[in-house]
Design a protein around this ligand. Structure first.
Ligand code: GAL
Length: 674
């Protein structure tokens, strides 16, 4: 089934079960949904205790009614499985479904997203309810997609089943305790294990073990997902499956996870207006959107976003005029096939009763939020064709030829590491900093896995802080550069192998000949210091980390230039090296945004990576291409004028022709087509 066959999706989580005692409200909902151009609803996300009130006692009448009413109203349905929150009777009857902490205490029933992944009882219970749902609704004409569970996470469970599953996972990986001891370097601090049962994964001083524990927890979550999806696959082979990811620092390897879903979806909650500079927030959102698209090189769904403020971000601002459309259009520009909201109607009680929704507590369609949502519905209708073009692999779709590598396992390994400078390692932020240079320049950029991505698709791949570099990835990079391609690596790249063991003989491990350098040591830069380097006659600031390197054939166009007393002064800061038919660049220190802009602009020119438009892109404006249309988005709080040169375009949003200059209001967007 192609879920985009009727165009782009506009929808929301619909928690119908919260309003069963208010038929008047349920009636109003249908009318308002039509008015807002809502064409899809996610239902049942947290409805287990209502669907199954006691073991084997099911109540589908309300969900039947919900299906019929939405279908009759012209809406399609994404049906969720309810495993994100378990019913109280289940925890009471089978306490093993609750997670256990490292001290052996079971969590009490409550909250959500906290079931044990290996519990046979939980798996059975999920399989039963999912089978019922698939049998009952699998052939319903409104059903277009399964939404399996909700926002899985990698929080650990130390129950006996999980520990035993972990030990089995280790046996499979290492085969013998000797191999495990070698991989975990247990000769340090006398940590040698002599039986599998001695292994208990809460010792932060054994980095190899902690890394494997995180890998196991992620794998166990994927395994749980596969188990709960099995009845859906069996009974409804034609209905695609997704699970909604959220911000990618939740202990799951989403690159790996995404290989098991049919459609990637994620929940997008940028902190608009929170820090004054919305361009910073925008680039972060863009990075995450591009990550979702890159998982499978396919359009994805923005399964959730807030139509107003959230209630969990500390300070969450209401969206200023224009921001709702802009934020939602941004998702589409980067490959989303939908704009969906949490949630349709604001809850009257419960933990999120002050989280905005399409219909807020005032209850009518006269609110600012509702008008914003209506506006977005109209925009999505106008853009419907874009989804269709994507499906035919549009040759003019702005496909990325540059990529930034962002690796979850690397983030975990780096987090565990105690470095000479451990404060502000900021791995994710650094990946975003490198990505930002492409974003500002309007050069399409993917966000990829070192393991699964096909580097050959790209002309330029950037490896920021790829501290943990497996031998396989090192070999991939070598082959890639050899074939006339370019790689950029930074300080703290290639320090440890896949077992978290340091490379000997100079870093980046296994690639010193490719980069033509060997890092001898990495100095920490304290916050008061002003280390600088020059490149092409300009001086730039270095911070946080600085490598002392030996040149093994590379040129050093950038050199540390002061202060005079600093041991780095006079040493290489930026190097370039020809390897095979390609080039390998190395950046020895953390640098500033202006430098990265300059550096990548030169590299893009050199390697023929052109921006998706020829015009100058003002600061705070993002330009993306999709389906042959150019999305121009102004994240500034002031009007911004963009000179389009000779081009005359039509703005798909308002139907007007734009010649010469495009004036975008604060938080304004235009979608231009020639
Ligand atoms: C998401 C979650 C939703 C809701 C929303 C509020 O992370 O999936 O159920 O809690 O946050 O922003």
């Amino acid at each position: 089934m192609n879920i985009f066959d009727a165009g782009l999706l506009h929808g929301a989580d619909y928690n119908y079960e919260q309003w069963l005692d208010r038929p008047d409200i349920l009636d109003l909902d249908l009318a308002y949904m039509k008015e807002a151009g809502i064409n899809v609803l996610s239902v049942g996300v947290f409805s287990w205790s209502l669907l199954e009130s006691a073991e084997g006692v099911y109540h589908f009448d309300w969900l039947d009614e919900c299906f019929e009413r939405l279908h009759g109203n012209g809406q399609r349905i994404i049906l969720a499985t309810p495993s994100g929150s378990k019913p109280a009777w289940l925890s009471e009857k089978y306490p093993e479904v609750c997670r256990m902490n490292a001290d052996g205490q079971r969590q009490r029933h409550g909250g959500r997203h906290n079931h044990c992944r290996t519990s046979a009882k939980y798996r059975e219970a999920c399989a039963r309810i999912n089978t019922k749902l698939a049998e009952r609704y699998g052939t319903h004409p409104a059903l277009i997609l399964w939404h399996v569970s909700n926002e899985y996470n990698g929080m650990p469970c130390y129950c006996p089943q999980c520990l035993s599953a972990f030990r089995n996972w280790l046996k499979k990986r290492y085969m013998s305790l000797d191999a495990l001891n070698a991989a975990w370097y247990t000769s340090f601090w006398s940590h040698r294990f002599t039986s599998w049962e001695q292994i208990f994964p809460d010792d932060a001083s054994i980095h190899g073990m902690m890394l494997d524990w995180q890998r196991f927890t992620s794998d166990a979550t994927i395994d749980f997902f596969l188990a709960e999806s099995a009845p859906l696959r069996r009974i409804t082979p034609d209905i695609p499956i997704t699970t909604n990811f959220h911000l990618p620092d939740i202990g799951l390897d989403c690159h790996k996870f995404a290989r098991h879903v049919d459609i990637v979806s994620w929940d997008n909650y940028p902190e608009w207006h929170r820090y004054g500079d919305d361009a910073e927030v925008a680039v972060k959102a863009a990075f995450f959107h591009d990550l979702q698209r890159s998982y499978k090189n396919q359009p994805f769904l923005m399964m959730e976003s807030s139509p107003g403020a959230t209630s969990w971000q500390g300070v969450s601002k209401k969206k200023k005029a224009g921001m709702h459309l802009l934020s939602s259009i941004q998702a589409v520009a980067h490959g989303s096939g939908s704009a969906q909201y949490f949630q349709w109607r604001q809850s009257r009680g419960g933990a999120e009763k002050f989280h905005d929704a399409v219909i807020t507590h005032i209850g009518d369609n006269k609110t600012r939020i509702f008008r914003d949502v209506v506006e977005m519905g109209v925009a999505l209708q106008k853009l419907g064709g874009i989804a269709a073009i994507d499906n035919e692999a549009d040759p003019d779709g702005g496909e990325a030829r540059a990529a930034v590598v962002y690796d979850f396992e690397n983030g975990w390994a780096l987090n565990n590491a105690q470095l000479p400078r451990s404060v502000e390692k900021n791995y994710q932020q650094e990946c975003i900093a490198h990505y930002s240079a492409f974003w500002r320049a309007g050069v399409p950029c993917d966000v990829i896995s070192p393991e699964y991505a096909d580097f050959a698709r790209y002309q330029l791949v950037v490896f920021p802080m790829l501290y943990m570099l497996t031998e396989e990835t090192a070999e991939k990079i070598r082959r890639y550069v050899r074939q006339r391609k370019s790689a950029v690596a930074t300080y703290l790249t290639g320090i440890v192998n896949g077992n978290d063991l340091c490379y000997l003989g100079g870093t980046p491990g296994g690639l010193t000949d490719v980069f033509g350098i060997a890092v001898e040591e990495t100095d920490s830069i304290a916050d008061y210091e002003n280390l600088e380097f020059t490149l092409d006659g300009q001086t730039w600031r270095a911070s946080h980390y600085a490598d002392r390197i030996r040149l093994l054939g590379a040129d050093a166009p950038g050199v540390f230039c002061g202060p005079q007393s600093d041991p780095q002064t006079g040493l290489p800061a930026i190097t370039t090296h020809r390897y095979g038919e390609g080039s390998a660049y190395y950046i020895c220190a953390r640098t500033e945004a202006a430098f990265l802009d300059r550096f990548y602009r030169r590299l893009c020119e050199k390697h023929g990576l052109s921006p998706c438009v020829l015009w100058d892109i003002p600061a705070g404006v993002s330009v993306q291409k999709r389906g042959g249309a150019v999305f121009v988005m102004n994240f500034n709080s002031r009007e911004t004028r963009i000179s389009l040169g000779e081009d005359a375009c039509r703005d798909l949003l308002n139907g007007k022709t734009v010649c010469g200059t495009l004036a975008l209001p604060p938080y304004g967007a235009a979608i231009l087509k020639k």
